[in-house]
Write a protein of this length. Structure first.
Length: 203
């Protein structure tokens, strides 16, 4: 079991807080060679990628394993006038104000003590991005738009008929580099987890 940070955008932090999000998908890096299959092996408490095509390659160690505890890192700033470790941070996902726009610190700089959410990893899989199921798309935290689903690329003008279509729009709103888009169908790591509110060191 390891403890480490994991970065989420403001919409995904809100989905975690609302109880909608219990999965996240991250690009597998490096990608397995084209034409090969991939799955995971548990080796001495680590998760390792196994790539097969008439042979077995024990390659990169995946940075997530069942039992890991991940503290959520998000945009924040400590309340002014107090030392950081004594301050009660403000969080951009739920407390954004125009007058604070210069104060926010990027999520990558959030220290462990400032985190308000942590995740208990329950499952780790590798798969092609387009293999996501409708139920897994819902577990990614996408939002309802009445009887339809949110279109994250054109939220003001259109909606998506299926959860998978909504997740496609979310993924492509975040991943634009060649080889990373939905149509490229890259290999990803799918991480399932239980969400806990509060600082991980208070658990």
């Amino acid at each position: 079991m390891k403890t480490k940070g994991i970065i989420f955008s403001a919409p995904m932090v809100r989905a975690l807080l609302a109880g909608r999000k219990t999965q996240t998908r991250r690009l597998l890096n490096p990608q397995p060679p084209e034409g090969l299959d991939a799955d995971l092996l548990q080796v001495e408490g680590e998760t390792r990628l196994r790539v097969t095509h008439g042979r077995v390659l024990l390659g990169k160690t995946i940075p997530y394993a069942v039992g890991d505890r991940l503290y959520v890192r998000e945009a924040f700033f400590p309340r002014p006038g107090l030392p950081e470790r004594l301050a009660s941070p403000r969080y951009r996902a739920t407390e954004d104000r125009p007058e604070w726009h210069r104060l926010w610190k990027p999520s990558i700089h959030m220290p462990r003590w400032a985190s308000r959410l942590w995740l208990d990893v329950t499952e780790v899989r590798v798969q092609r991005l387009q293999d996501i199921s409708e139920s897994d798309a819902v577990a990614e935290g996408i939002e309802r738009e009445e009887e339809y689903w949110r279109d994250y690329q054109m939220p003001a003008t259109q909606v998506c008929v299926t959860p998978k279509g909504s997740y496609l729009s979310l993924w492509d709103s975040l991943h634009t580099e060649p080889g990373t888009t939905w149509s490229d169908n890259p290999w990803i790591v799918a991480v399932s987890f239980d969400v806990h509110q509060g600082n991980i060191d208070s658990a």
